[in-house]
Design a protein around this ligand. Structure first.
Ligand SMILES: Cc1cc2nc3c(=O)[nH]c(=O)nc-3n(C[C@H](O)[C@H](O)[C@H](O)COP(=O)(O)O)c2cc1C
Length: 179
């Protein structure tokens, strides 16, 4: 079993999947449960996860994530998790306003990251997608007009070996005691 650090190091954005390979529903549910358990400002949990596993919707949503050469690989994903921003609670809203922060956006990023790591733990490849035709996907799956679809998470069984992590140097991003 991998330690958390090993999982964090081995998780990567997988952009090639075995076409047509299903993810066992129990595995998928555990990935979603990790997202549901994520922390959020004032425990507002301002998210809804719409899970797409079946054709033709899978193909149609995948198509709406592709454009300008981006996200063509999504067509082979086994599942897509659409992360919609929901209204948060009053305390988080007030906090956002007083402190001039967008807590719900942060919450959504955290929840989605949890799912990527849970996927890694299950041997499922993933890629967070921020580039997609939001309007089209909302229409396709019936997300209310007044909601924002903030992220899409593609899931599938990777066909490629792990690539080397590209990260800024430790000293560039981490300092102790002073900025
Ligand atoms: C908010 C967000 C949006 C992203 N959008 C896309 C995307 O639309 N398409 C894509 O291929 N990768 C996307 N990525 C993946 C990043 O490119 C990737 O995480 C980064 O290059 C680091 O590589 P790694 O995940 O393999 O470690 C996104 C990641 C995040 C966090």
């Amino acid at each position: 079993m991998k330690t958390f650090l090993e999982l964090a190091r081995s998780r990567q954005s997988d952009r090639a999947y075995e076409p047509g390979k299903k993810i066992d529903p129990e595995v998928l549910n555990r990935i979603l449960e990790a997202g549901r358990m994520a922390p959020s400002a004032c425990n507002g949990q301002p998210w809804h996860f719409t899970v797409i596993t079946e054709e033709p919707m899978l193909g149609e949503v995948a198509k709406a994530t592709a454009g300008l050469g981006m996200n063509r690989f999504v067509k082979d994903a086994s599942a897509l998790v659409l992360v919609t921003q929901e209204p948060t609670n009053i305390t988080s809203r007030l906090g956002s306003r007083i402190k001039n922060k967008n807590y719900p956006i942060m919450d959504i990023g955290v929840a989605t990251a949890y799912m990527t790591l849970a996927a890694e733990d299950e041997g499922v490849g993933s890629c967070i997608l921020g580039w997609f035709d939001e309007k089209k996907i909302k229409e396709l799956v019936g997300i209310p007009k007044d909601r924002r679809l903030q992220l899409v998470l593609s899931l599938g069984y990777s066909t490629k070996a792990k690539h080397e992590k590209v990260r800024k140097e430790w000293d560039e991003v981490i300092s102790f005691e002073k900025y």
